[in-house]
Design a protein around this ligand. Structure first.
Ligand SMILES: [Zn+2]
Ligand SMILES: [Zn+2]
Length: 409
C-alpha cells in the first residue's frame, strides 16, 4: 500500500512541512495555524528530478488511483483493493505506469512556476478505470451484475523526463530503454495551461470564530464551541447537517455514518415494512412500520473492503431509531474520511447485499436505479474495549487496528 509523502510550505509562515496523500487538514508545527487543503478538481503532484543542469524537462502525466473495486455477482460480492497508476497520455516511448518510483520519492504539489513542459493529459481517468475494471474482471465468474469503485483517492502525477537521443527518466537519471528514438509520436508534446489553484482555507468556525477540529484526513470539521460541523463546498466552508445519538461516559467513541434517503426503482423500498419484505427479515410487521421511512446507512469512515458492506448492511438492517441531537457530539469522534459521493455510489451494492431471496439479485440489480434525495451525517456511539469499538444495540464490533490501517486505503 502506498501513501505518498508530499513536501510543501506552510501558507502562513513558509515553514517546511510534510503531508500524507490523504491529508486535508494541516496544522503548522511552527505557527500553529490550521488550514484545510482544497482544489476544484483533483490534486496534481510532481516528482523530484536528478537531471543534469541545462536539460529541458518534460513532465509526463500519470493517473494515480487508490480504492476498492466491488463486483456484484449472482450469489456473492467480490472486492479488491487497487493501488495503481497509468499513463494519462498514450506513448510507446514512456513507461506505462510510474511503477515503484513514487514510493521512494517525496512529491510536491505541481505549480505553475516550476520549470519544464507539463504535458497535457489526453486519456480520461474513466477510460483508465475501465481498463483496470476489465483486467480485474477477466477471472470473475459471469454474469457480473454491477461494479463500482468506492472510496477512491485519485490524482495526477507528473513524472520528469528529458530527451537525449533517448527518453531519459529524470527521477533516476537513467534512460527508459536503450533504443535510440528518432522521433516521438506527433503532437505528444502539447503543453498544459497549468492553471492549478491550490487553496488553503483558514480553519476557523464561520459561525463563532473558534478553531475547527478534525483528523488530518477528515472531510468534515467540527467546532467544539458551537457544536456545528463544516465541509468544503466550492472552495468555501459550508455547514454540514449533522446529528448524534447522545450518550454519557468516557469510554465511548463516535463513528460517523451517512444516513441517506433515496428513491429506489423497480422494487418497493420506502418504509421499514418494505425493508422487512425486501431483506426477508424474520420479523412480523407491526402497525406504524409502513409509515417509518427507510434509510440507507453507510460508513462515513474508511474500512477494509470486506468490512465496508458488512457494516453498511448491519446498520441499514437495524434502522436505528435512537433519539438524535443536532450537531457534533461532545465526546471523541472518528473523522469523516469517506465522502458522501462514495457512500451514494455504494447504495446499489449495499442493497444487493441484503436483497432476498438471493435469486432475485440477477433480475433486479442490473435494472435498478437509486436516486438519493436527502442525507444526514449521524454520529453513533461505540464503546471502546481493548481491541474493538462495540455498538451493543447493533451487535456490531469494529476492530481498532483495522480502523487505524484503513486510513491508508
Ligand atoms: Zn506556519
Ligand atoms: Zn463554532
Amino acid at each position: 500500500m502506498t501513501n505518498f509523502i508530499i513536501e510543501h510550505q506552510c501558507p502562513q509562515c513558509g515553514a517546511p512541512a510534510e503531508l500524507e496523500e490523504s491529508d486535508r487538514l494541516f496544522h503548522c508545527a511552527f505557527c500553529r495555524v490550521g488550514s484545510y487543503l482544497t482544489v476544484p478538481d483533483f490534486f496534481r503532484y510532481t516528482m523530484p528530478h536528478k537531471a543534469p543542469a541545462g536539460k529541458r524537462l518534460i513532465y509526463y502525466p500519470y493517473w494515480r488511483f487508490k480504492g476498492m473495486l466491488f463486483s456484484c455477482l449472482k450469489t456473492s460480492i467480490e472486492n479488491r483493493f487497487l493501488d495503481v497508476s497509468h499513463q494519462a497520455l498514450n506513448s510507446v516511448h514512456f513507461p506505462i505506469n510510474i511503477g515503484f518510483r513514487g514510493q521512494t520519492q517525496k512529491l510536491r504539489f505541481a505549480a505553475a512556476e516550476q520549470q519544464g513542459t507539463f504535458l497535457k493529459p489526453e486519456v480520461a481517468l474513466e477510460d483508465v478505470l475501465n481498463l483496470w475494471r476489465e483486467q480485474y474482471s477477466a477471472k470473475l465468474p459471469k454474469p457480473i451484475l454491477h461494479q463500482d469503485f468506492i472510496g477512491e483517492t485519485w490524482s495526477l502525477i507528473y513524472a520528469p523526463f528529458y530527451l537525449d537521443g533517448k527518453v531519459v527518466d529524470a527521477v533516476l537519471d537513467q534512460p527508459v530503454s536503450d533504443a535510440a528514438i528518432e522521433h516521438l509520436e506527433e503532437g505528444l508534446l502539447q503543453p498544459d495551461t497549468r492553471q492549478w489553484p491550490l487553496t488553503f482555507l483558514a480553519t476557523l468556525c464561520p459561525q463563532c470564530g473558534w478553531d475547527l477540529n478534525g483528523d488530518r484526513d477528515s472531510l468534515a470539521l467540527c467546532c467544539n464551541n458551537c457544536h456545528t460541523v463544516w465541509w468544503e463546498k466550492g472552495g468555501k466552508l459550508k455547514p454540514l447537517k449533522a446529528a448524534h445519538v447522545p450518550i454519557n461516559g468516557e469510554d465511548w467513541v463516535y463513528l460517523p455514518f451517512w444516513r441517506i434517503q433515496a428513491d429506489v426503482s423497480h422494487i418497493q423500498l420506502e418504509t421499514y415494512a418494505d425493508l422487512i419484505k425486501t431483506a426477508n427479515l424474520p420479523k412480523v410487521v407491526q402497525p406504524g412500520w409502513d409509515q417509518r421511512p427507510f434509510y440507507f446507512w453507510n460508513p462515513a469512515f474508511k474500512v477494509r473492503p470486506q468490512t465496508y458492506l458488512t457494516v453498511a448492511g448491519n446498520v441499514t438492517l437495524n434502522q436505528p431509531t435512537d433519539h438524535l441531537e443536532a450537531g457534533r457530539p461532545k465526546g471523541r469522534v472518528h473523522g469523516v474520511n469517506l465522502p458522501l459521493k462514495e457512500a451514494v455510489e455504494s447504495l446499489k451494492l449495499s442493497l444487493a447485499s441484503f436483497l432476498r431471496p438471493i435469486e432475485r439479485r440477477a433480475e433486479v440489480i442490473p435494472r435498478i436505479e437509486i436516486q438519493p434525495r436527502r442525507f444526514l451525517l449521524i454520529y453513533i456511539p461505540f464503546q471502546e474495549t481493548h481491541h474493538e469499538l462495540v455498538q451493543p444495540k447493533l451487535n456490531l464490533a469494529v476492530s481498532k487496528s483495522m480502523l487505524a490501517h484503513a486510513k491508508n486505503l
